[in-house]
Design a binder for this molecule. Structure first.
Ligand code: 2IP
Ligand code: CA
Length: 375
């Protein structure tokens, strides 16, 4: 079903436009960077604008994909709900209306009457996206939409998006922080098996033009379904060095870092954003992303997981891999909530994860961690 892939790519491009417009247009940028301050605290709705950007992007993706594939509407889930409440008591169901004027009017009601900001957003939301991707156009897929479920993370690494630094220097091609780590993630899974089957990662802030200071984005996609694999990327060549390299969260435990030390030495990198760390593996900047905590979610991992599978890699459930060392490879699944927990926690990747391109790297990492980090 290459039509779904094209719809997801177009939706991700529109999402990236919205993310850029919020940073690049003065009227919106002022809202984005407004901090909670002193006496104004909790009075101004503006503080919630960052959530509004997330909510709008998720709703636009849902709307645009659902317009072409109405049968998918009930199967699209994400980090946000479409109800947005501001701290002045305003509450609105964010939706894409049939005309730009109506969408602007709706947004105006939660933007405290800021017509300029609402107009700019509505214009971007209603813009037609013309996608040119010959490889995606050529792709022939026979995946029934009735078996698809979709996870959206409208903006992963929100904190870096808000901070908005564009001047962070990369280390070995990898950005430890900055706008580069803000990503739009759209992943498709099989509702029967829970396996990830299609993923789109859009990086709205890939390169900044030094003259105009405008950002250009970049997207990547991958499909892996019943033996068929295709991707916008080629599988990266294995690195020449013997030492493995990993990217870790700044909240990774000392135990894990110490356990990986003999294997990776200095090749242990830190980066913000769960999605961005997956992307570093996908691009071959590191061999693996290891995370032993339970604070990533299905919407963080589904899209990158599908792309990794399309390149011959995957994402293992760390706790299961360590407690069943001789079982098959327990990869993350996306279709069932975790029993016995409430709310958002139901969709956490509870056992932590290892994202990898080669099974050999995964095995070496698991062997270094076994006995040290059993949860
Ligand atoms: C977050 C974001 C964080 C990440 C966390 C995600 O998503 O990607 O950066 O933590 O796991 O859930 P870390 O950077 O330590 O890996 P969001 O920005 O969408 O809340
Ligand atoms: Ca996220």
């Amino acid at each position: 079903m290459a039509g779904v892939l094209r719809a997801l790519l177009s939706a991700s491009e529109k999402a990236a436009n919205i993310a850029r417009v919020c940073r690049q247009e003065g009227a919106l940028f002022q809202l984005l960077i407004q901090e909670k301050t002193g006496a104004d605290k909790n009075k101004k709705f503006i503080q919630d604008f960052k959530t509004l950007a997330d909510v709008i992007i998720q709703e636009v993706v849902r709307h645009d994909v659902g317009k072409q594939f109405p049968e998918l509407l009930h199967a699209i889930h994400g980090e946000e709900s479409n109800t947005f409440e501001n701290k002045l008591g305003g509450r609105v169901e964010v939706q894409v209306c049939s005309t730009e004027t109506d969408t602007a009017a709706l947004l105006c009601s939660v933007l405290d009457g800021n017509k300029e900001a609402a107009g700019l957003l509505a214009q971007t939301i209603h813009q037609e996206i013309e996608l040119r991707d010959p490889a995606a156009e050529r792709l022939e897929l026979a995946i029934p939409t009735s078996s698809m479920g979709i996870w959206i993370d409208p903006i992963d690494s929100t904190s870096q998006y808000i901070k908005g630094r564009g001047d962070v220097e990369p280390e070995k091609g990898l950005y430890p922080s900055g706008l580069q780590s803000a990503l739009v993630l759209i992943g498709v899974y099989d509702r029967g098996s829970g396996e990830p089957i299609m993923g789109v990662i859009n990086q709205p802030f890939n390169q900044c033009d030094p003259g105009s200071l405008r950002w250009q984005g970049q997207y990547h996609w991958g499909v892996s379904y019943q033996g068929l694999s295709a991707s916008s990327l080629a599988r990266p060549a294995p690195p020449p060095h013997k030492e493995l390299s990993v990217v870790l969260s700044s909240s990774e435990t000392e135990t894990v870092k110490q356990a990986l030390m003999p294997l990776c030495g200095r090749r242990m990198y830190r980066a913000s954003g769960a999605g961005y760390k997956f992307l570093c593996v996908i691009l071959g900047l590191v061999d693996a992303y290891v995370f032993s905590e339970n604070t990533t979610f299905k919407w963080d991992s589904c899209a990158p997981h599908a792309i990794l599978r399309s390149l011959g890699g995957g994402v293992a459930d760390l706790a299961s891999s360590l407690s069943h060392p001789h079982g098959g490879l327990p990869e993350l699944k996306y279709h069932q909530p975790r029993d016995g927990v409430q709310g958002v926690e139901r969709w956490a990747n509870h056992g932590g994860l290892v994202a990898f391109l080669s099974e050999q790297s995964l095995k070496e990492i698991l062997s270094a961690l076994s006995g040290n980090v059993l949860q």
